[in-house]
Structures are given as structure tokens and as C-alpha cells.
Design a protein around this ligand. Structure first.
Ligand code: FES
Length: 566
């Protein structure tokens, strides 16, 4: 295979001239012929002033470059899109596919023999893994790592479970505006990703569990020397990949490796967003994510990691407790030990090398779990024909079997207008329904599924209610929240026909979500649904509306699925 600068020559109709020109231009950066003859390792640089979760990327790029050069390669960093959760409108998920497309084409369009993907904030690692899964270039993932925790009046704080919890206390009148401002200064106390088991931590742990990173790369703190050393090691390893021309992400992500990811998702108490991203990654490999396998693993494996939002700890403690390798050792019976990792060893070999257990508070024993079942249950029923999910490890046990009156909001805007209005007349045992918040409806399936408790109920002490939507929820949130109802209401799913006053039954142990309305009435209401409005007239919004897939297929674009390569 063509290597180094000869890869991917610009087309002028004369290959030798293309190489001559390429060399002439790159020498303007001061490179010698010796440097330009080395294996080339691309480094996807996602630093952005808009992305504090990637604030340490310049240092990681520098260390990765050092590792590449120590191993005899030529590092070439290149910028890509960077997405931060709070700086992406209408929602970061809307932009994930754009980042995945851009990253894939930059890997494919520029000469590199291997690539290091540096990402961290929720959508960035999924976008990069999707991109690499569709590319023939061997890749290694380097997460940016979790941020440090802060403290407020003696209480430890970490983004962003505590952001939501304390905002809830402010809404309930338990905290005043002055104290809220004080908290705002302390919630995010360093660069790096959210330090609870939110989506960023989940995706970093899944990347490690599926063999796409070096061991411990998911959890080493963003600001630690260990993180920088991992970057250097990642650079070294990338040269070996560049020289061997393998493995690619598609080669690493066997069905067994994906199963390892699903098992870790359940035992971590991981984010429901992980299900969407794994579905998208599977789609890139021409496969469908097996939601029944996810549910079965959730019945087999309890939540063992005691981190917020399901538990109490933070990512630095997970790292100190042994991180992903320690967790893999605890659930080894459910794993494919033969899955090969990017470091060149199998999952079984990593497990065999895990030191003897030295703590049992953060990574629990199987016989002493945080929650006796896995993090996520997959629901079916007439309200979710293609499925829905609930993070039942972070839900109120008494609400997991519940029947109540539906109170329906037609959109995120409608919810914002009417939720706190006394005239809406919401009672604590009602079921809040939000629709038109799915992949096409919102668009981008915003994290609006965590419908706030109406103000008057919050002030009277109500902490949780059953909430149902076709939206997503932040991995840092908690509550009895049914998400990803598929098909979405904007695509004619049954959520579109629910009326305020209908009865809804949620039965998590039986994995059912039912609208208690007769079949003939459901069919009549579905027949009467208004047609979908036209797609936006131009640009990415039009592309998104016309091509985005549903949640069970990962919200990827229909033209990006299938086996990879050129
Ligand atoms: Fe970036 Fe939480 S906002 S990881």
C-alpha cells in the first residue's frame, strides 16, 4: 500500500508532479526530506476556545507528537470541528454527524498512515469513532480526561449532576440567587470533561472497553501528568499502527468488542446517550445495535460503579480504584476475552494483568452492587413500537411501575411556556409527555427529556415524576425518565397521538410502555395525523431533516451507514 506523503495525492493528472508539489509546499514549514520520509501520524486537534472540555488538547497534542517522534514517525496535527454541549445550538447532537463527516473526510483526504483522535466532550468521541470506523486508516483514541471537582461550603461539586441538582434546589426556593452565583463559580473547576458518569465519561469508558484506547485512558484526570504520559504513549503506539497498516477501527470493533461495550455500559451506570452512539457506530459497520442484547446484559450485570448520577463518587475516584480494567475484571464472565485492543493485547490479557482488588467502595463486587440491575432497560409496548430506554438505575424505584394521567406538551417551547403555569393543572402522579423533540422533530433530539418538575410541585417537595419523550437526556441527569421513544412523534410515531387525559402505564420490570387507549381509537388517531411540514429550504438543516435516522439506528445519516472504506 502507498505510504507517507505518497498517500492520497492531489489529482493533477501527473502523480510525480503531485508529490513534487506537495513536498515543495510542506517544506515551507521547515520539514527535511528525512522527516517527510517517515510514517505519518495524523493527530485530530479539537482545541477550540468554545470548548473547555478540550482545554488541555494543546498539551496532549504536544505529548502525542513527542511520542510519535520518539518512535520514529512524523506527527501532523490538523484541526477539526469541536463541539461543546453548552455551546452548540440547537443541540450538540445536531452537529455530531457534521463532525463525523468532516473528520472522516479529513482523515481520508490528507496523507496519514495512522491517526490519533483526541476528543472528550459528549459528541466528539462518538463523531471521531464513527469517522474512523468508516475509514481505512488505523486509529487510536485519546480522551481528554475528566475535570477536577470543586467545592462549595464544604460540599464537593462536579459537573454536571450537581449543576442539575442545585438548579433544582434553586427552583424549589432552597437556594437564593446570591448562593447560586457562588455555586456557578465552583461547579466546573478545571478543563476536562464532566467528572460524573455522564455521556463523556461513558463514551471514554466504552472506547476503552471496546479496545480503541490504551488501558486507563478513559479515566486519568485531564490535568494529571498521567494523562500527558498516556498521550506520549498513544503517539508511540500510533507509529506501530502506521507501520503495520492495522488494525483499523472496523477491524477492532468485532461483535464481541461491541458486546464488551454494552456490558460495560450496564455495569458503569452509563449514559443513555451511549445507546444512541453505539447504534450509530454499529451502523457504520453495517450492523444494527442489538437492543435485546443490551437489555439481557442489564439483567445479568448490576451497576457496580458508584459514581453520580447513579451513585456518589467522581471520575478521579474511579481512576484511583483501577478504572476500566478493574471493572472488566469484575464482569469478565460477560465479556469476549478474545477481543483485541489497539494496544495489541486482548481484553483477556488486560484482565489477567489487573492487580488484586484494593478497594470496594467505588468499583463494587458483584455480590455488593450499587444497584442490583444494570443501568439501562429497553422498553417496548404500543407507545414505543421500535423501543425506548430508561436509566432505571437513576430512577425512583416506586415509580417504575406506575399508571397515571398524561399531560402532553407539543414541543420544547410549549413545555417551557406551560409547565409552571398553574392553569396547566399538573398533579404529582401525572405522566408528563413531551413530543416533537426527536431526531427530526426538534431537530437533533435535544436533551430535553429531563422535563423539570413543575415549580409548584417542586416547592411542595416532589422530586421525581414519570416523564416520557422522544428526546434524549443528559447522562448527568436522573429520575424516572423514559427516553428515545421510537419512532419519534414527528415521524408519525404513537407519541404523536397521545392526548392530555389519556392514561399511560409504565412497567419497567415488564419492559412495557402502554397507552391505555383502544386499538381502534389509536388507529383512527394515527390516520388523522397532519402531514409533516416541508424540510428546511437549504443547507445542513435540509440535509439533516431529509437523512437523519431514528434513535434505534443512532441518528446517523442514512447515506453514511454500511461498511467502511472508500
Ligand atoms: Fe463537555 Fe460535559 S460539557 S463533557
Amino acid at each position: 500500500m502507498t505510504r507517507g506523503l505518497r498517500r492520497r495525492l492531489t489529482s493533477y493528472g501527473d502523480q510525480e508532479f503531485s508529490l513534487f508539489l506537495r513536498k515543495a509546499f510542506i517544506k515551507a514549514m521547515g520539514f527535511s526530506d528525512d522527516a517527510l520520509d517517515r510514517p505519518i501520524v495524523g493527530i485530530a486537534d479539537t482545541y477550540s476556545d468554545y470548548n473547555p472540555c478540550h482545554g488541555n488538547v494543546p498539551q496532549l497534542v504536544e505529548a502525542a507528537k513527542r511520542g510519535v517522534m520518539l518512535a520514529g514517525g512524523l506527527p501532523m496535527a490538523f484541526p477539526t470541528i469541536s463541539i461543546h454541549e453548552s455551546f452548540a445550538a440547537p443541540t450538540s447532537m445536531y452537529l455530531r454527524n457534521l463532525m463525523a463527516m468532516e473528520t472522516e473526510e479529513m482523515i481520508r483526504g490528507q496523507p496519514m498512515d495512522a491517526v490519533i483522535l483526541i476528543g472528550g466532550c459528549d459528541k466528539t468521541l462518538p463523531a471521531q469513532i464513527m469517522a474512523a470506523a468508516s475509514s481505512e486508516v488505523p486509529a487510536i483514541v485519546l480522551p481528554t480526561g475528566p475535570m477536577a471537582t470543586g467545592s462549595h461550603r464544604g460540599e464537593r461539586l462536579g459537573a454536571c449532576t450537581d449543576c442539575r441538582r442545585l438548579w433544582g434546589r434553586f427552583r424549589a426556593g432552597e437556594i437564593d440567587a446570591a448562593e447560586l452565583a457562588e455555586i456557578n463559580d465552583r461547579l466546573v473547576s478545571s478543563v476536562g470533561t464532566c467528572t460524573v458518569m455522564g455521556t463523556a465519561s461513558t463514551m471514554a469508558c466504552l472506547a476503552e472497553a471496546m479496545g480503541l484506547t490504551l488501558p486507563m485512558a478513559a479515566s486519568a484526570p485531564a490535568t494529571s501528568a498521567e494523562r500527558v504520559r498516556l498521550a506520549e504513549l498513544t503517539g508511540r503506539r500510533a507509529v506501530a499502527l502506521a507501520e503495520a497498516g492495522e488494525p483499523t477501527v472496523a477491524e477492532l470493533l468485532t461483535p464481541g468488542a461491541m458486546r464488551n461495550g454494552l456490558a460495560v455500559l450496564q455495569a458503569l451506570g452509563g449514559s443513555t446517550n451511549g445507546v444512541v452512539h453505539l447504534a450509530a457506530i454499529a451502523g457504520r459497520l453495517g450492523r444494527r445495535l442489538d437492543l435485546s442484547e443490551l437489555d439481557e446484559l442489564g439483567r445479568l450485570l448490576p451497576v457496580l460503579v458508584d459514581l453520580k448520577p447513579s451513585g456518589v463518587g467522581y471520575m478521579a475516584e474511579f481512576h484511583d480504584a483501577g478504572g476500566v480494567p478493574r471493572l472488566l475484571a469484575e464482569i469478565a464472565d460477560a465479556l469476549d476475552a478474545s477481543a483485541v485492543t489497539v494496544g495489541g493485547v486482548t481484553v483477556g490479557e488486560i484482565v489477567a494483568g489487573v492487580p488484586a482488588r484494593y478497594e470496594e467502595r467505588i468499583i463494587r463486587r458483584r455480590d455488593d452492587p450499587v444497584v442490583p440491575v444494570g443501568a439501562i432497560a429497553v422498553l417496548g409496548g404500543n407507545l414505543a413500537p421500535r423501543g425506548a430506554v430508561i436509566k432505571h438505575s437513576a430512577a425512583t424505584p416506586e415509580l417504575q411501575r406506575h399508571e397515571g394521567r398524561a399531560v402532553v406538551f407539543d414541543s420544547v417551547e410549549d413545555m417551557a411556556l406551560r409547565l409552571d403555569d398553574a392553569a396547566t393543572g399538573i398533579a404529582a402522579d401525572d405522566v408528563l409527555v413531551l413530543r416533537n423533540a426527536g431526531p427530526r422533530g426538534a431537530p437533533g433530539m435535544p436533551e430535553a427529556g429531563y422535563i423539570p418538575i413543575p415549580l409548584s410541585l417542586a416547592r411542595s417537595g416532589v422530586k421525581d415524576m414519570v416523564r416520557i419523550s422522544d428526546a434524549r437526556m443528559s447522562g448527568t441527569a436522573f429520575g424516572t425518565v423514559v427516553l428515545h421513544v421510537t419512532p419519534e412523534s414527528a415521524d408519525g410515531g404513537p407519541l404523536a397521538i397521545v392526548r392530555t387525559g389519556d392514561r399511560i402505564r409504565l412497567d419497567v420490570p415488564a419492559r412495557r410502555l402502554e397507552l391505555l387507549v383502544g386499538e381502534a381509537e389509536i388507529a383512527a388517531r394515527l390516520r388523522d395525523l397532519a402531514p409533516r411540514p416541508d424540510s428546511p429550504r437549504r443547507g445542513y438543516a435540509r440535509l439533516f431533516d431529509r437523512h437523519v435516522l431514528q434513535a434505534d439506528e443512532g441518528l446517523d445519516f442514512d447515506f453514511l451507514t454500511g461498511s467502511g472504506g472508500d
